[in-house]
Design a protein. Sequence first.
Length: 301
Amino acid sequence: MDALDRLKEAITRQAGEGVTRTALPGVSVVRSPTPTGPVGVMVEPTLAVVAQGVKKTALNGRTFTYGAGQFLVVSVELPVLGQVTGASADEPFLGVVLTLRPERIATLLLETAPAATARPGAVDATPAGIAVSDASPALLDAVGRLLALLETPEDAAALAAGVEREVLWRLVTGPQGATVRQIGLADSRLALLARTIHWIRGHYDETLRVEELAALATMSVSSFHRHFRAVTSMTPIQFQKQIRLHEARGRLLAEPGDVAGAGFAVGYDSPSQFSREYRRMFGVPPSRDALALRGAAAPIR
């Protein structure tokens, strides 16, 4: 049995339907026996490995497709649309998600430098916010062993941190190593941009002043614009708009009858502008989308 087959078995033993959080902090497994519609979420720095099936993740109109034996890395908080496109009852979609914690990566880099930066691709550049690559057998094996620890909690308590460290090592020395390294470097461009992204998330309903964001990132306005777009594929204003619309969608799930209120709550002054931009992003007017979301959620409650 190869590493991918072992990972499938490990996920199957832990997964329910949809996303299942495990007892390991920051580790979740995903199982879906059918394709799903696009779901908008704010995703934090993350590793997502697919063991079976196909998934698509879209960021501002750009789609990243990844399947069995591949992984996706998200380097900063981003508003994305996720969708399982390859799944069936006989071969359900199976995946595992690991939160990438900057402090864990920073510790690894401090203890292993210069080995962690001496591999090909270790360049000082501003990486894209999302990237897809083939997973090495060593990475698949490490992720599978991390999940297998859940079957013996006494072993997990002693060994999980070490196996997670191995997973991170496979990442920082792999094809997306430059991106993952920057997550852990406090003074990297990625870390500075992550600081501004976090600010926007917390103040999405306020007027955005790019000059203040550039100062927070210790960059000139022109440099900030360039690097922000390289990471997120959007301008800061466009990024804030997507955050607002994702937040509004969550509010509409709870209160589907108050479309204008949802728009005002996230910072829109014009209900017509809110409805127009909501439809452009999600494909349907907010009132119709709210009813569809409530209908989809009804069997779960």
